[in-house]
Design a binder for this molecule. Structure first.
Ligand SMILES: CC(C)(COP(=O)(O)OP(=O)(O)OC[C@H]1O[C@@H](n2cnc3c(N)ncnc32)[C@H](O)[C@@H]1OP(=O)(O)O)[C@@H](O)C(=O)NCCC(=O)NCCS
Length: 231
């Protein structure tokens, strides 16, 4: 059986917490509690430090790490093996897929989707720069942005509201609202009409992440029909 560290934690009703979850870890004497709203679902391996404030219906999958001084709104989900370093602001209805890295001083708005394996950065010249001239500041991601899988976002970048970053892009310049970014380095185009909508709140404000135990278990219909093998 795993160890549960539930000192220094305030958690709302309806929580589902699996084994081997660590909450409230005090990185420093001054570190305050982990505060989580109602109906969270924390999967095995989740580690959340103290001084973290999270809203309702928060869902973390396996081996998610959230360090201190992080704020998340309601209906956020963070999938397997993603890391949120300390001093990060995340709004409501944000889904962060697996293997995502979010460094300190990154600001994320509401209804944002971040695809698997995406990396954000905050140091422009790591171990080489002059901190006074080049502050360690991460990206600002405005509301309703979609970041595709395997994207890299350079330090200090702002990605404007409703913009869509294509899979594999490297974002090196500020992105105006309602843009499409594609390629390496990312080229900025006007957002095609078909993508010029806010992210669907049916998904962003969902009570359930993809493998939540309250969801229907995938049945035979979910196994693609055109695969020659049957499950
Ligand atoms: C960018 C994107 C929205 C384009 O979709 P689309 O409008 O249907 O475009 P198409 O697939 O018809 O491709 C149009 C052109 O863009 C190119 N293209 C498509 N996706 C690209 C990408 N991610 N990076 C670079 N070029 C891309 C295609 O090669 C094609 O080039 P061509 O005109 O020279 O033949 C889509 O490909 C994409 O990247 N979506 C994000 C997927 C993702 O990461 N999801 C994460 C959740 S799992």
């Amino acid at each position: 059986m795993g160890e549960k560290l539930f000192e220094n934690v305030v958690i709302g009703p309806g929580a589902k917490i699996e084994d081997d979850v660590s909450l409230g870890f005090k990185v420093n004497e001054k570190c305050g509690p982990t505060v989580i709203g109602d109906n969270c679902f924390l999967r095995k391996g989740t580690v959340i430090y103290g001084d973290v404030k999270i809203g309702h219906y928060f869902q973390s999958q396996h081996y998610v790490v959230i360090r201190s001084r992080v704020k998340l709104g309601d209906y956020c989900s963070i999938l397997n093996h993603s890391t949120i370093e300390g001093i990060v602001r995340i709004g409501s209805g944000v889904r962060i897929m697996s293997n995502v890295y979010i460094p300190s001083r990154t600001w994320i708005g509401d209804n944002v989707f971040i695809g698997p394996g995406s990396t954000f950065t905050n140091g422009k010249y790591p171990f080489r720069g002059y901190p006074d001239d080049y502050p360690t500041i991460g990206a600002t991601i405005e509301d309703d942005v979609v970041i595709g899988g395997g994207v890299t976002v350079m330090p200090w970048i702002t990605i404007g509201e409703r913009s869509f970053v294509a899979g594999g892009a490297v974002v090196t310049k500020d992105v105006p609202p309602r843009s499409l970014v594609m390629g390496v380095p990312g080229k900025i185009y006007p957002l095609p009409t078909k993508l010029d909508v806010p992210n669907n709140k049916k998904y962003t404000m969902s009570k359930y992440e993809l493998w939540h135990s309250d969801l229907e278990y995938p049945g035979d219909n979910d196994w693609p029909e055109n695969w020659s093998e049957k499950f």
